[in-house]
Every structure is written in C-alpha cells, then in structure tokens.
Design a binder for this molecule. Structure first.
Ligand SMILES: Cc1cc2nc3c(=O)[nH]c(=O)nc-3n(C[C@H](O)[C@H](O)[C@H](O)COP(=O)(O)OP(=O)(O)OC[C@H]3O[C@@H](n4cnc5c(N)ncnc54)[C@H](O)[C@@H]3O)c2cc1C
Length: 445
C-alpha cells in the first residue's frame, strides 16, 4: 500500500515510521527544503543547538517510545532538576508550586513576591461548557493570578493568550482541580508520585537528532521541496498534485496521511473532506522567534531560566539558560554559556516584521535588563535567529468541538487520516501519539 504522508514534521515522519514498520510504503512529501518542521537545529558558534522544540514530555510514552525505536535510547537525558523563575514586578522571583500557574501554596506564593496583591480563593463550580482559561481562573482567584502566573506558563507552551485559550483543550489539568482551585492544586501536587521521574527528557546532542534518526532508520522515502498542491479522491484511490508550481506532477496513492498544519490541511482537504477543512480553517496559529546567544564571561543567576508575564511588556517572553538545563550542552560549550530567548505571542505579529538584527538587539537588551541586577551577561560570541511563522496552533475556546468535527468527517473518507499539532496537544509526545494512531488506522483499514 503506497501512502502519501503530507508534511515532514515530526508528525509526518513518525506516521511514516509506523507505516513502514507495519509493511506499508509511505512517501513523505515535505514542501520545504528540510524535514523536521518545528524540530530543528542550527549552528551557534561551534555548537549545534535546538532552535525549535528542545524537550519531550516524559510522563506519557509516545515520544520516548519513538526515541527508543529509532535507536537513541542511550542518549535520553533528563534536564538538570533546577526550577525556573518568573520576572515579575521588577525582579526575578522563584516560581512557587503551581499546576499550570494555579498556586498550590498561597504562603509560598506570597513570599515569592510575584503578585502585588493577596489571593482570595473563591470556590465556584466547574461549568459543563468550555470557557477561556483566563475567565475560569480570574473568577476563582483574581486577575493577577492569570496575568502573572497562568499567562507566562501557558505562553511557554502555546505562545497564546489565556483570554482566548480553551480551558478544556489547553488547560485540562486546571479544569480538573475542581471548584476550589488552590485546594485542588495542593491535592494534585501531593498526589503526584515522588518517584515519577523527570517530567521532561531531552537527547544528548539535542532533540533535533530525532529527525535525522527517523529519516536514516525509518525505511521510508522522503522528498523535500515537494509541496502538495491538490488532493483528490476518486474510485481508484488518491491523486495528488506535487511539486513546484512550474513543474508540478500528478501522483497516485492508495491512502493519505495529512500531517501538515491546519491552514494547509484546510486548503488541501476542501474537496475530499469539506467539513473537516472548514473546521480546520478556523484554527489560528501564533508566530514566534527564538533568538539563541552564545555568551562568553556570563554569570547567570540561579535556575534554568525565567518566564516573563505579558503585563511586563518586554520583548522576550521567556529565556532558557540552556547550558544550565542540559549537561551535554554545558560540556560542549566548555566555558561559554548558551541562552535561548523566545519572542512573540499570539497576536504580536508586528514584532516578527522586525529584521534579525533588531530582534537580536531587543532580546539582548531585555536579557541584560532582567539578569544584570543579579548577574552578568558578558559578551555575545555568536547568536542565531529562528523565525517560526505559524509556529504553534492556538487551542481556543471550543477547540475540542473542532477536533471532533474533523475526526467525524475524516472517518467518513476511506484511506484518509490526519495527525499533528493541531489536534490533541502541541508537544512532541502528543503529536507522535496522533501520528501513531493515524498510521495504525491506515494499516488496519
Ligand atoms: C519554538 C518552538 C518551541 C517548541 N518547543 C517544544 C518543546 O520543547 N517540546 C515539545 O514537546 N514541543 C515543543 N514545541 C511544539 C512542537 O515542536 C510542535 O508542535 C511539533 O513539532 C509540530 O509537529 P507537526 O509535525 O505537527 O508540525 P510541523 O512541525 O509544523 O510540520 C509540518 C510540516 O508540513 C510541511 N507542509 C506544510 N504544508 C505543506 C504542503 N502543502 N505540502 C507538503 N508539506 C507541507 C511544513 O513545511 C512542515 O515541515 C515547540 C514549538 C515551537 C515553534
């Protein structure tokens, strides 16, 4: 069975991996010159660093299973167990225990100084319908908890805005806390097994190595610069138009796995699955930029980095002290320091129109202003800017209905499956989970 896998991000590559392992003949059709999508590496001075995803959730099996299946098990590494901080009200402050920003200990929160006011917890029953994360938390704990704790934590995952993100799709652990959020958060944290192991894992050499390993050991065909322009189903299977506009060719397949982001999937499925296409067309994306620095003579404050609440109005929304977080990188960097900053949230499109030099300058200025009262940034030996236009899908209020509508329509079309970050979670583990399930349905079909 020849299967077209449209999109060579981690979803497409892992779908192809499972299809090939199950005896099918997948062909990955990737529009850009390189596979991997948002899992990508770049040179920073003499180092190779992740400039997209850099860690994988370890509390669910899919990503780590894939790492083991492609032979990288020995290179799995946990980040250093050092907490991150929050830059709030003029200084870096320790992050108190929370569940996605919902405080589990009001004394620890008060002594962190992150908030100006006192938190008064008002228990309110959890609604049956979806609401925004901001509305849900503000009603129970006040707006400042949203602005200075929930926003930066959700921003770190979705680059999104709590006023638009769905409680049920983007913050299910908060919805599960019950009517009294603080009591629920304390209970949830106490219930977490002590020996649960690290929440996240990385790879020695960077998570980006997963892409190369999938391509080398996957046993499937990969074509780059192979944009899919049209997808049509007829009585004998599928006909795709593939390639540059001036030299596009028709190709036939027995089945299709759509692993491109929602806007492309919406365009391409308009004929074969119009109701799914319509639902996907409504999924918005946040664009962002990752600016990485190689620093000489830096002396960073404690922690693996910091988050910045949007109300602080900085250009950067987070910084990771990568050489403190990852021992393999510290070793490779020798005496130098790697810091990775994230710029941009959903709706901040103007920022991304700035050129690389101006983004680098703004990120560095923020880094200095935030870090230098307590440490030193030193000299910049190298920097690299990675733009992520359409970087992260926004799971807005009602997203679970979008996913249900897509799944229902796709299920009526024989030989079609969808997978990727637009559906059941944006992290690598969730994405790989959707890809594996899509491949299994095709193989069973
Ligand atoms: C800066 C950043 C940091 C992140 N950090 C983490 C992290 O630390 N941990 C984590 O778990 N997740 C992280 N994520 C999220 C995660 O990386 C992504 O959600 C995931 O990699 C998306 O995979 P995907 O295959 O669904 O989509 P993509 O990576 O977007 O891949 C889709 C591919 O489809 C191709 N395509 C589009 N249209 C067509 C077409 N018409 N024809 C052919 N090809 C097409 C695109 O070129 C692209 O290569 C991060 C994301 C970003 C942006």
């Amino acid at each position: 069975m020849r299967v077209a896998v449209i999109g060579g991000g981690i979803a497409g590559l892992s779908a192809a991996f499972h299809l090939a392992a199950g005896g099918a003949e997948p062909v990955v059709l990737e529009g850009s010159p390189q596979v991997g999508g948002k899992v990508r590496q770049a040179r920073l001075g003499d180092l190779t660093v992740d400039v997209g995803a850099e860690a994988m959730l370890a509390r669910r099996p899919e990503a780590l299973d894939l790492v083991r299946a492609v032979g990288l098990a020995d290179d799995l590494v946990a980040p250093e167990p050092v907490p991150a901080m929050v830059f709030s009200r003029g200084r870096l402050r320790p992050m108190p225990p929370t569940v996605l920003g919902v405080p589990a200990d009001l004394d620890a929160l008060a002594s962190s100084g992150i908030l100006a006011g006192e938190v008064i917890s008002t228990p309110v029953p959890v609604p049956q319908h979806d609401v925004s994360v901001a509305e849900f938390v503000a009603e129970r704990l006040g707006r400042e908890v949203v602005d200075r704790l929930v926003e930066p934590l959700l921003g770190g995952v979705y680059a999104g805005q709590a006023d638009r993100l769905s409680l049920l799709a983007a913050a299910a652990p908060i919805a599960a806390l019950g009517p009294d959020l603080v009591v629920g958060a304390a209970r949830a944290r106490a219930a977490a097994p002590v020996d649960a192991g690290p929440r996240l894992m990385g790879l020695r050499g960077g998570v980006g190595r997963l892409v190369g390993a999938l391509v080398e050991r996957g046993g499937f065909e990969v074509r780059t610069q192979a944009t899919v322009r049209r997808v049509r189903r007829d009585a004998d299977g599928w006909e795709l138009v593939v390639g540059p506009t001036t030299a596009a060719v028709l190709e036939r397949f027995d089945a299709v796995v759509m692993a491109a982001p929602a806007p492309a999937a919406a365009r391409l499925l308009a004929e074969a699955a119009p109701r799914a296409a319509f639902a996907l067309a409504g999924v918005d994306y946040a664009s962002m930029v990752v600016v990485s620095f190689l620093l000489e003579g830096a002396d960073l404050p404690a922690g693996t980095g910091f988050l910045v609440p949007p109300v602080e109005s900085t250009t950067i929304k987070a910084a990771t002290f990568s050489t403190r977080k990852w021992a393999w990188l510290a070793e490779a960097a020798d005496s130098a320091t790697v810091v990775r900053t994230s710029v941009g949230r959903a709706g901040e499109t103007a920022l991304l129109q700035r050129d690389d030099a101006s983004l680098t300058e703004a990120a560095l200025a923020d880094l200095r202003a935030i870090v230098e009262p307590e440490g030193r940034i030193g000299e910049v030996a190298a920097s690299v800017v990675q733009r992520w236009g359409g970087g992260l899908p926004q799971y807005e209020v009602g997203h679970l209905d979008v996913v249900r509508r897509v799944a229902e329509d796709v299920a009526t079309v024989p030989g079609l499956e969808v997978c990727g970050a637009a559906y059941e979670g944006v992290g690598i583990a969730a994405v790989v989970g959707t890809a594996r399930a899509a491949a299994e349905r095709i193989l069973a079909g």
